[in-house]
Design a protein around this ligand. Structure first.
Ligand SMILES: Cc1cc2nc3c(=O)[nH]c(=O)nc-3n(C[C@H](O)[C@H](O)[C@H](O)COP(=O)(O)OP(=O)(O)OC[C@H]3O[C@@H](n4cnc5c(N)ncnc54)[C@H](O)[C@@H]3O)c2cc1C
Length: 340
């Protein structure tokens, strides 16, 4: 389906009142192929819109790969799921749980589509998409063929993959393959989950993840937002030591050998930014890592607020915060420092 001047308000979890010059839904591989054969000069691939911030009306084509279907097979040791990109991620987690195929419960309640899961390698509560990925089916715009990529080929790392780098705009995820071991081992290292005792059921883990998330994160349907606005920054040992000397209890985790991953939410909170607002955009009062649209915000309000957060955290902690959310201006995706 092909649309002109399409409103995006219901297609982005920030609920920004913007539109796209053109929007195309594809429900079959054949329709994906037709799009690829007529590739517009400027396009943006959109799933559930829960990690995309449209700063203003988009002047190119939005492409929505809305393919559906879940196939399951198994062998002695594993379940193998083949999931089309337009399926909703949380619905998949629920389906696996109720079908006695545990393994995804730590990733419950992450909004968005399954096709977007490998893009930033979604993760929560000690589990990442990379841990369960068997393969990604990638429709290559040049060869017009679907290529099956192994998890290794996807180059997953923290909120990153080959799809954000070398393969950006070169194709589209049409399905993901997920492998779940029949020998379920719960991942319980995160606070809240580590109180579940030694032998919780998958349902208990699922319910606890949901309860923790609902207590901390605003529901985008009521308070529009795109989850964590910034990535947790990874800093060298010198920067870490300087902060630790002043704040002995601040949360940090080892990353990449000697580097440390810091909790971005904590840095923002300690910078006294909770509740700070610019126009209709504000830093959430319960979870400082989330920027919200609480009063008809414009995309520019959100960008100005994000810059204010970056500048303040830099001044106080000498740490750079990088947006996790994808930022799209009229001409296409841009880095925050390049936006006018
Ligand atoms: C309340 C809330 C909580 C969140 N919690 C988490 C969390 O715990 N962990 C986490 O990792 N994320 C979290 N997120 C972010 C978001 O849910 C994930 O990034 C999710 O994978 C985005 O899916 P989407 O379909 O909405 O992506 P979109 O915003 O539509 O797209 C995201 C990116 O993926 C690309 N893309 C989408 N589909 C495809 C495709 N089929 N092929 C190629 N490229 C594609 C887009 O071009 C874009 O660059 C949260 C968001 C919200 C609103």
């Amino acid at each position: 389906m092909h649309h002109k001047n399409y409103p995006l308000k219901d297609l982005n979890s920030f609920a920004l009142d913007v539109s796209a010059k053109e929007l195309i839904f594809a429900e079959t591989i054949e329709q994906v192929k037709i799009f690829a054969q007529n590739l517009p000069e400027q396009f943006y691939i959109l799933g559930g819109g829960s990690n995309s911030l449209f700063i203003e009306n988009y002047l190119g084509t939005i492409f929505c790969p809305d393919l559906r279907g879940i196939d399951v097979r198994d062998d002695e040791n594993n379940f193998y799921l083949h999931v089309a990109s337009g399926e909703n991620w949380h619905e998949l987690v629920k389906y696996c749980l109720t079908s006695n195929m545990p393994g995804l419960e730590n990733l419950a309640l992450i909004p968005g589509n399954c096709g977007a899961a490998p893009i930033q390698n979604i993760g929560a509560y000690g589990v990442e998409f990379a841990n369960v990925c068997d393969y990604v089916d990638w429709f290559d715009f040049q060869s017009l063929k679907t290529i099956r990529m192994s998890a290794e080929h996807c180059q997953f790392s923290y909120r990153d993959s080959i799809f954000k780098g070398a393969l950006k705009n070169k194709g589209v995820v049409v399905a993901v393959g997920i492998k779940l071991s029949k020998t379920w081992v719960p991942t319980l290292k995160y606070q809240g989950l580590n109180e579940l005792g030694e032998n919780p059921t998958p349902k208990q883990v699922f319910d606890t993840v949901i309860a923790i998330r609902e207590s901390k994160l605003p529901d985008p349907k009521r308070i529009p937002n795109a989850g964590s606005f910034f990535k947790n920054p990874i800093v060298n040992h010198q920067t870490f030591a300087a902060i630790k000397a002043q704040y002995p209890n601040f949360p940090a985790y080892p990353a990449n050998g000697t580097d440390m991953k810091l909790a971005a939410g904590w840095l923002i909170q300690e910078s006294q930014l909770k509740g700070v607002a610019i126009g209709g955009a504000a830093v959430h009062t319960l979870q400082a890592l989330v920027l919200i649209n609480n009063n008809n915000a414009t995309g520019k309000n959100v960008i100005e607020l994000a810059r204010h957060v970056q500048k303040t955290v830099k001044q106080i902690f000498n740490v750079d915060l990088e947006p996790e959310v994808r930022l799209i201006s009229a001409q296409g995706e841009q880095l925050i420092e390049d936006i006018n």
